[in-house]
Design a binder for this molecule. Structure first.
Ligand code: GCU
Length: 608
């Protein structure tokens, strides 16, 4: 019996280990890569017939899965062969992109779609290693290469990569990817959200070739306690990663620093410098930073700044700053659907700049890397959020591991971005002991992984001692955050606009307050008196009254109204007004600016 149990344990850990992800490769944005973007063949498989046999047993768990397993990309070789699928004769779809806005039949589709891409690949040096890298895929993704399972990834908004070095051929490689966007109670997010569940390979896919031992991961930022010290750690991946020379060069600062990795391939360093031009919203200075070993080299553009709180103040490079923000969903303002391109990101950030913003809240999940790279260049501060949204399964250990994994991935991808100042743990989650523990553990994990940034979450406000005209934050988790943020919808979900003038705030915590959401729905072009819902006048009136109301909060240090652009949501079905769009945007999905846009713009112009 004991022997049997050990055998089962060993088998289980082999499966878990063998399908675990490889460490995320950092700064692929600047690496030479081979893009696999373009048209991919696809098969819609609602019954997951390509994954399970008729006994609903997974093919991938079988010794000889046979021709039913789509990951084998099988073809009939003789007239008697029975194969009931053929990728190369199947329709194609664009990657990166969601499937919902590409194929009308898939607009509401939630389930499994198989993707297949064939490609030849000649390694430039036989000792090199090769990885496939996914910028994001929503939601559950099983990846197979030349018929072999590489691994599985859960979470729709963060990158992952797998090594294919030993499986690679010069000709006719085939990458088969099963993407399933079914919503799950135990998922992160869970069943219920207020955004469209766009499915698919929503961001780019690329092949990365590296030297045998390469620069896998690094973090180089200012020491939060000493702005004349650049602190960093670099980890090498490969057999020869121990005792390796590593050079960090920042030519503009005359820095050419040498260090050596320890036995685990990790090098840490601190470099003093008294003349750093700090990254700021006024002057978003980025330095070219080169990391070099005897085998590998990577260059990144990094800004050096400190971000901290002092009492109820937010200090950027030691100076008080007010976060003039707006919330944004990752939808393409150009094509509609899930945003992924540099143009998508640029348009959204240009509109934010036009509003007078120095800050954006990327909600409710990590957006694509273009957003952060452009925010670095444009001098826009960023709140990034993990999709722990509304009521997820707080007691479910796998749900916690899933949330932690997604958080870990976004931190790894963006920890060298000066623009990112806040990691948000969650949005509008109901207080309970299990929830508090869940969020506190995520916060602890984040502070250990990245001690240079601030922690927050979009909390909910409530009556002060039962007095509904006095509002407060009575949430235990508020004690764990650096920035006290909450969503409030007085005048939309909570009474009418006139209520704003009757409300006062009693917030006892000596922390900066940033209102993560407020807003009202308005259909562009619909006009009427300011008391008529869905008119631009109502939304404008709400903005005017809300900005007045919030300005009475002593600790107010920022706002990110809901939301920059109207966005798709299956929860919004009012005909002729919503038609599957949440209409709280200041800009319509066609790029038309509503009256409230100009109220916020002039508020920011007046705000120092
Ligand atoms: C919530 C939520 C958003 C949602 C918004 C709304 O506060 O955080 O995701 O879209 O309100 O109701 O419009």
């Amino acid at each position: 019996m004991k022997l049997k149990l050990t055998a089962v344990f060993l088998l289980f850990s082999f499966i878990r280990f063998s399908f675990a992800q490889d460490p995320l490769i950092v700064n692929t944005y600047n690496r030479d890569v081979t893009s696999l973007n373009g048209q991919w063949h696809f098969i819609v498989d609602p019954y997951e017939n390509g994954f399970y046999n008729y006994r609903y047993e997974p093919f991938e768990k079988q010794e000889n899965p046979g021709n039913g397993a789509f990951f084998n990309n099988a073809k009939a070789k003789s007239k008697t062969d029975l194969i009931e699928y053929n990728f190369d004769k199947s329709d194609t779809i664009a990657v990166p992109s969601d499937w919902n806005t590409q194929k009308e039949k898939l607009f509401y589709y939630e389930g499994t779609v198989w993707y297949k891409k064939s490609f030849d690949y000649l390694v430039s040096k036989s000792s090199n290693r090769v990885f496939v890298y996914f910028e994001a895929s929503n939601y559950e993704t099983d990846v197979y290469f030349n018929g072999k399972k590489l691994g599985k990834h859960t979470g729709g908004f963060t990158p992952f990569n797998f090594e294919v070095t030993n499986l690679l051929k010069e000709k006719n490689n085939f990458l088969v990817v099963k993407v399933d966007n079914k919503r799950k109670k135990e998922g992160v997010p869970t069943l219920n959200t207020d955004w469209w569940n766009y499915g698919g390979l929503t961001r780019g896919v690329k092949v990365i070739e590296t030297p045998n031992t390469f620069i896998n991961d690094y973090m180089i930022q200012l020491d939060p306690k000493n702005n004349e010290s650049i602190k960093g750690e670099i980890s090498l991946n490969g057999k020869n990663n121990a005792n390796q020379n590593v050079t960090i060069a920042i030519p503009e600062l005359n820095i050419n620093y040498n260090t050596v990795t320890d036995n685990s391939g990790l090098a840490t360093f601190e470099i003093s410098h008294t003349d750093i031009l700090y990254w700021s919203t006024i002057n978003p200075k980025l330095y070219n930073v080169t990391i070099e070993t005897n085998q590998d080299k990577t260059i990144d553009q990094i800004g050096f700044r400190t971000i901290a709180t002092k009492g109820s103040d937010i200090l950027l490079n030691g100076e008080s700053i007010f976060l003039k923000g707006i919330s944004i969903h990752e939808e393409s303002p150009i094509r509609g659907g899930r945003g992924h391109s540099k143009e998508d990101a640029h348009q959204l950030l240009l509109w934010a700049k036009e509003l007078g913003c120095n800050y954006v809240r990327l909600s409710h999940y990590p957006h694509n890397e273009h957003m952060l790279r452009l925010a670095d260049q444009m001098g826009i501060l960023v709140w990034e959020e993990n999709p722990v949204y509304w009521t997820i399964q707080w007691e479910n250990k796998d749900t916690y591991e899933n949330a932690k994994q997604q958080l870990s991935e976004v931190i790894d991808r963006d920890k060298n971005r000066a623009s990112v100042i806040i990691w948000s743990m969650a949005n509008e989650t109901p207080t309970s002991e299990a929830r508090n523990e869940f969020l506190s553990n995520l916060t602890k994990f984040t502070r250990e992984k990245d001690p240079t940034r601030l922690i927050s979450a979009a909390l909910e406000q409530s009556d002060y001692n039962g007095n509904k005209f006095v509002r407060t934050i009575s949430d235990e988790f508020a004690n764990k955050v650096d920035i006290l943020s909450f969503n409030q919808y007085i005048g939309w979900y909570d009474g009418l606009v006139e209520k704003c003038a009757t409300i006062s705030w009693k917030i006892d915590l000596d922390k900066p307050v940033v209102i993560s959401e407020f807003g009202a729905g308005a259909k562009y072009g619909l006009h009427g008196d300011k008391h008529t819902r869905w008119t631009e006048e109502y939304q404008e009136y709400l903005y005017i009254e809300t900005l007045k109301m919030l300005s009475s909060i002593e600790q107010l240090r920022g706002i990110s109204p809901w939301i920059l652009v109207d966005f798709r949501s299956p929860r919004r079905v009012l005909p002729e007004i919503q038609d599957n769009w949440n209409r709280k945007g200041l800009i319509s999905e066609k790029g038309e600016k509503k009256m409230a846009f100009f109220i916020l713009k002039s508020f920011y112009e007046a705000k120092q």
